[in-house]
Design a protein around this ligand. Structure first.
Ligand code: HEC
Ligand code: HEC
Length: 410
């Protein structure tokens, strides 16, 4: 049987426990992970974004369980109000005399069910995006890049919906706090609300709360451990990325003057044209022997962008019109789009040294993977918030003293 959560008449002065520790941890943990996820939309903070997503998913799964075994006020059956009850409640809100509920009120409970549902869908589409587009996470390789992109679009739509709903939820909290002259935010912090004797108290749930805190802390530590084991060769979180095909001859010949640009960064027709004109390669003569040139060309064609070995390959190839044969990666529409927000002075900075010097910002440029986690700009790009972020994350990320080893070879 659900308990009675509606309190009638004047408010009593007993400080009754309504939100137990696990529920409060869930609430503020969910809010924190949601905010963190919004703050880390930039590709460069993708792994923090994913971490926030995992925390959010874990908290939501816990909430489903807690909705069954969590005791009074936390149990779903204690706030299983119908649509009609929610509507009637809202009408009374408009008349400024809604009844007071110790637990969730009928309208609030609808917001909560929707938030839980949206949160779970966001977690699922996030995992699908991660597995499809980035080839990471438990669903890595289950989906094509195209399916991953579809999940990505849905993920964004759901996130915006949830943001809207959060705004509605906060507005509801403010309105109800005003109408009942009580601080509902404080109640979610202390767990207690003034009440008359005789109402049911929530269970303390302290062991569960402590267990939850330890689990979240341990998960967080194990995740960030990835940053702490950085080495000069791989100063970013070693995400278990794909290993791309390699060839020693190509590395030696095509890496002599600049980074050996991975074949997956241009379509086959571009490589064919480039190799046919090897005696006038951007003003240089490559002087390649016939055999070597053939062997390199074979490697380039076999692993060209059409093979969609990486997200970058798939997107670069898709961005090029069928009638175009770009000889520069830096002139492909996808590349231009991804770098259009980088200010001109960054390219001229000696720490970057030009657009072709991919490795000064992409720590895995040599491998050709262009992982989100391996991206960073070694120049301050301004903006107070961004600066703060840079300062906060530099503890875990590379400082410019590492940049030397990635400078151009020729
Ligand atoms: C003798 C030096 C030299 C060698 C060897 C060389 N390149 Fe280049 N490459 C250049 C120069 C110079 C540029 C133009 C760089 C610039 O614009 O700053 C260039 C540019 C490129 C670009 C365009 C980069 C962009 O997106 O703007 C590609 C792709 C490329 N080279 C591929 C190759 C391949 C493949 C090989 C091996 C077959 C190779 N290069 C070997 C000198 C060389
Ligand atoms: C000045 C630093 C800088 C240089 C140099 C640079 N990039 Fe980037 N690149 C970035 C940043 C920053 C992003 C992320 C943009 C964003 O947030 O969407 C990015 C994004 C990308 C992406 C998309 C990755 C993804 O998963 O979304 C690819 C692919 C890429 N760069 C390839 C290259 C290649 C190839 C070169 C060299 C020809 C290069 N970049 C040179 C800074 C740089």
């Amino acid at each position: 049987m659900p308990i009675r959560t509606e309190e009638t008449g004047a408010r009593g002065e007993v400080r009754l426990r309504v939100w137990n520790l696990p529920l409060r941890l869930f609430h503020w943990g969910l809010a924190a992970s949601f905010v963190t996820a919004w703050l880390t939309l930039d590709d460069r903070y993708r792994d923090i974004h994913v971490f926030a997503g995992y925390v959010m998913a874990g908290l939501l799964l816990f909430r489903l369980l807690w909705g069954v075994i969590g005791g009074p006020y936390a149990r779903f059956r204690d706030f299983a109000f119908g649509w009609r009850e929610a509507r009637d409640y809202l009408k009374l809100v408009l008349q400024r005399c809604p009844p007071r509920f110790l637990g969730h009120n009928p309208a609030g409970s609808w917001a909560i069910y929707l938030l839980l549902g949206l949160g779970l869908l966001i977690a699922i589409t996030g995992l699908l995006t991660l597995g499809g587009e980035e080839r990471h996470g438990p669903l890595a390789g289950w989906l094509s890049f195209a399916q991953g992109e579809m999940a990505h679009n849905l993920h964004e739509l759901l996130a915006w919906s949830m943001l809207g709903l959060v705004a509605v939820h906060i507005a509801g909290v403010v309105v109800e706090s005003l109408l009942h002259r009580e601080n509902l935010v404080a109640a979610m912090l202390t767990g207690r609300k003034p009440s008359k004797p005789g109402m049911v108290s929530a269970r303390a749930g302290r062991p569960t709360g402590i267990l939850m805190s330890v689990a979240i802390a341990a998960f967080g530590l194990s995740w960030f451990h990835g940053y702490l084991v950085e080495t000069p060769e791989r100063p970013y979180r070693p995400f278990s990325g794909i290993e791309l095909p390699d060839q020693a001859l190509w590395r030696e010949e095509c890496g002599a003057c600049h980074l050996a640009f991975h074949p997956s960064l241009l379509p086959a027709r571009s490589w064919r044209t480039m190799m046919a004109g090897q005696s006038s390669h951007f003003g240089e003569d490559l002087f390649l022997e016939r055999d070597s040139a053939d062997e390199i060309e074979r490697f380039l064609l076999e692993n060209a962008a059409e093979q969609a070995l990486t997200e970058a390959a798939w997107k670069i190839n898709r961005s090029i019109a069928a009638t175009e044969t770009p000889l520069r990666i830096t002139e492909t529409p996808y590349w231009v789009d991804k770098h259009k927000e980088i200010p001109g002075r960054v390219w001229e900075d000696p720490r970057v040294n030009g657009k072709v010097n991919c490795a000064s910002c992409h720590l895995d440029a040599d491998a050709g993977t262009f992982e989100d986690a391996a991206m960073r700009i070694p120049v301050d790009t301004g903006g107070a918030l961004k600066g703060l972020w840079e300062a906060m994350t530099s503890r875990f990320r590379l400082d410019s003293s590492h940049a030397g080893i990635f400078n151009p070879k020729g």
